[in-house]
Design a protein around this ligand. Structure first.
Ligand code: THU
Length: 134
């Protein structure tokens, strides 16, 4: 699975985005260590705060199906039909991913034509984790 292919899966996931309020449609494709890909989209709500981001949709699908170890995630987003050049994950999604992802987990942003790869530790250098509770 190349970065471009994973971004293409995120583009496919974005097709299912339910974003009637913001018009901002996001898709994520999360690659598990098993080799399985979990796709997610944002799902908005009329009460706004129950909205779920694409990344957490993908993560919760994966964990609820028994996958807890991950290689990489690709994310694409943009208003209405257009896909932006770059769509970074929000802070809540970074924290949610931190529960399951190693510092070297790969975050693939950009577009299938121009992938931009980051390590998870670059995106969340001082996240709160299990060890903080000890
Ligand atoms: N959104 C995501 O799905 N992922 C992010 O990381 C940032 C924001 C969604 C939430 C909301 O439906 C829309 O984008 C606008 O914020």
């Amino acid at each position: 699975m190349t970065d471009r292919e994973l971004l293409q899966c995120a583009v496919e996931a974005r097709e299912m985005a339910y974003a009637p309020y913001s018009g901002f449609r996001v898709g994520a494709a999360l690659l598990g260590k098993s080799g399985k890909i979990y796709k997610g989209c944002n799902v908005e709500n009329a009460a706004y705060t129950p909205t779920n981001c694409a990344e957490r949709t993908a993560l919760f699908k994966a964990v609820s199906e028994g996958e807890r170890e991950f290689v990489s995630i690709a994310i694409v987003g943009g208003r209405y039909e257009a896909i932006a050049d770059f769509c970074a994950p929000c802070g809540v999604c970074r924290q949610a991913l931190a529960e399951f992802c190693d510092p070297d987990f790969r975050v693939v942003l950009g577009t299938p034509d121009n992938p931009q790869v980051f390590s998870f530790k670059e995106l969340l250098p001082f996240g709160f984790g299990k060890s903080d509770l000890e």
